[in-house]
Design a binder for this molecule. Structure first.
Ligand SMILES: C[S@@+](CC[C@H](N)C(=O)[O-])C[C@H]1O[C@@H](n2cnc3c(N)ncnc32)[C@H](O)[C@@H]1O
Length: 556
């Protein structure tokens, strides 16, 4: 096959507008650097059609210099015929058009066909501005859109290459790119872009997340500047990754109550792959196993992942069961699953059934939505015998019959806490209160390696346990301080008292954390007034004495 012409093209013709139609050798045609198209996609289908039916219309070219032509419209077809090894192709030659006008015309032709990616458009606008000297206002008159929209497109070119490729291949839209432009560093932009794609976020959702993320970062920086208390000085709370809890000595924690990240795209999971997530969880569990006492208890609140996408089956979402993963990690350290509780979060179901929005005339039988309104709590026990405290402490710690009666039911109906500005997923105090009261003794140490907003430490201290927590994100420091009733001045005072107390009472080689007595960590007391309602006489007496003791401790 030597040459291909649109049907009916016999010989060269020239019209009054300086347009000439004739065969041109393919070697003499180039795609000029200002041509907007850079992604030609798969050419096989186009080549098949050219073979079968020939070119449906000539290529539109302009004269670069004598005997050399630049493509205005038909870059993809040119690539196709070049690969097919043709010698000549029919061209409509636009004589006397300037390079800038040719570049503009290429854009117009391609945009009409809607086959330019936003990055190709942005590069073209940049070339028109930088190489041909057009202002954004002039480009507006030529049909490139308002200066506001062209500026947004130009900003996309400042995003990292990886993100530009996602815009180019359509996994991200201009709206996403615009939202990402607000993020200051390229690393954060890449991580957020990955998250948008992984979780299939709409522009609105991505924009809201980015705004929230930036506002937290801003608060973090401002509070860092004006903070009197350095990050290490919220007593018992370490702002660091719990994969290293070297502040805690071996066998020093009696109970762990925690809710790890679920891998459901929360703000603190940005940029983490599923594999990394599992590795992180394994590493933290290893540290938990090191610090937990023999016979100690780990209460783990972690849900299965709804809408999980397997990398290999990207179009199929499913539920990823997670219980086995945690069970097998724990088992490696001789920590065994012994009980399960279902936390029924109620609120979701109530809200949904009230609005009725999910049952409509279009609701399909056999496809009724099931709402994700419960989560498991796994109770693990470490191998070994637990050391018992004094008789008095055992008595103080024991649940009343009434409390046991309600806790022993395996389904706990406890209202969920809504996502808030302060932290996106907090568990309710009541859940933690029940777990700690059921599975630890007064005065024991309770750890949360994924502290979040501080719920576990808050509740542990309210019910006279020593609360310790790790949180890797400093941005949650304000909410933790609020929950623990600490303002910076108070935190300094408490830290000083605790240090003095520790120095006074403990030889340095002792296991410091294990030995701190409850009074050193006592910042509050039972706030659940309903707790007293079901108490029998004897327990009420113990409870009242306890309250009196607590008041004495608090007010001197
Ligand atoms: C599900 S949230 C816990 C919420 C908490 N139960 C509450 O009521 O506020 C998990 C928390 O673990 C933190 N986190 C994730 N990985 C961590 C790690 N390796 N070390 C310490 N904290 C981590 C996250 O930043 C997040 O705040």
């Amino acid at each position: 096959m030597e040459k291909i012409a649109p049907e009916g093209l016999e010989s060269q013709t020239t019209d009054d507008n300086g347009m000439e139609l004739r065969f041109v050798t393919i070697d003499s045609i180039t795609i000029p650097k200002h041509h907007p198209r850079s992604d030609y996609g798969n050419l096989a289908t186009l080549q098949g059609s050219i073979k079968k039916d020939g070119l449906q219309e000539p290529l539109l070219v302009y004269v670069i210099e004598a005997g050399k032509f630049g493509i205005i419209d038909g870059a993809r077809r040119l690539k196709a015929v070049q690969e097919m090894g043709l010698k000549q192709v029919s061209c409509l030659i636009n004589k006397g058009i300037s390079e800038a006008d040719a570049a503009h015309l290429s854009y117009v032709k391609n945009v009409e066909r809607k086959n330019l990616s936003v990055i190709e458009i942005a590069r073209h606008i940049k070339a028109m501005r930088d190489d041909f000297g057009y202002t954004l206002r002039e480009l507006e008159l030529k049909g490139y859109g308002s200066p506001a929209t062209t500026s947004i497109k130009l900003k996309l070119l400042e995003l990292p290459d990886k993100v530009q490729m996602q815009l180019q291949d359509g996994s991200l839209t201009t709206g996403h790119g615009d939202a990402l432009s607000k993020i200051p560093t390229q690393g954060e932009q890449e991580r957020m872009a990955k998250r948008i794609v992984d979780f299939n976020m709409s522009v609105k959702k991505a924009d809201a997340e980015i705004t929230n993320y930036l506002s937290k970062k801003r608060k973090e920086t401002t509070s860092e500047k004006s903070e009197i208390v350095p990050s290490g000085d919220v007593p018992g709370v370490y702002f660091k990754d719990a994969r290293d809890m070297s502040e805690l000595v071996d066998d020093s924690v009696h109970m762990i109550v925690t809710s790890p990240p679920y891998f459901i795209g929360k703000e603190y999971e940005i940029g983490i792959t599923f594999k990394e997530h599992l590795e992180n969880m394994e590493a933290v569990i290893k540290e938990c196993a090191r610090v937990i006492v023999p016979g100690g208890i780990i209460a783990l609140n972690v849900a299965d992942i709804v809408g999980f996408k397997e990398a290999t089956e990207s179009n199929n979402t499913q539920i990823k069961l997670m219980g086995h993963f945690y069970q097998s990690c724990m088992k490696k350290h001789k920590i065994y699953l012994t009980d399960e509780i279902i936390w029924s979060k109620r609120i979701a179901w109530r809200k949904i059934s009230k609005t009725g929005q999910y049952y409509t005339a279009d609701t399909v039988h056999t496809s009724y939505p099931i709402f994700n309104n419960w989560e498991p709590i796994y109770i693990f026990r470490a191998k070994g015998e637990r050391e018992l405290p004094s008789e008095e402490i055992i008595l103080k710690s024991k649940l009343t019959k009434a409390a046991w009666g309600s806790f022993s039911d395996g389904v706990w109906k406890i209202e969920a806490v809504g996502s808030s500005e302060e932290h996106p997923c907090m568990y309710p105090d009541e859940l933690v209160n029940r777990l700690i009261r059921m599975f630890s003794y007064v005065g024991e140490t309770v750890l949360d390696p994924f502290l979040g907003s501080g719920t576990t430490v808050k509740v542990a201290r309210e019910i006279e346990r020593v609360g310790i927590g790790y949180e890797k994100e400093l941005m949650y420091k304000p909410v933790i301080m609020r929950k623990l009733g600490l303002n910076p001045d108070a935190a300094v005072a408490v830290a000083t008292t605790m240090t003095a107390y520790a120095k006074e009472t403990m030889p340095p080689e002792e296991k410091v954390v294990q030995k701190i007595e409850p009074k050193a960590e006592f910042f509050g007391r039972m706030t659940h007034s309903e707790e007293t309602e079901d108490l029998d006489d004897e327990s009420y007496k113990v409870f009242s004495e306890y309250e009196a003791l607590a008041a004495l401790e608090t007010f001197g």
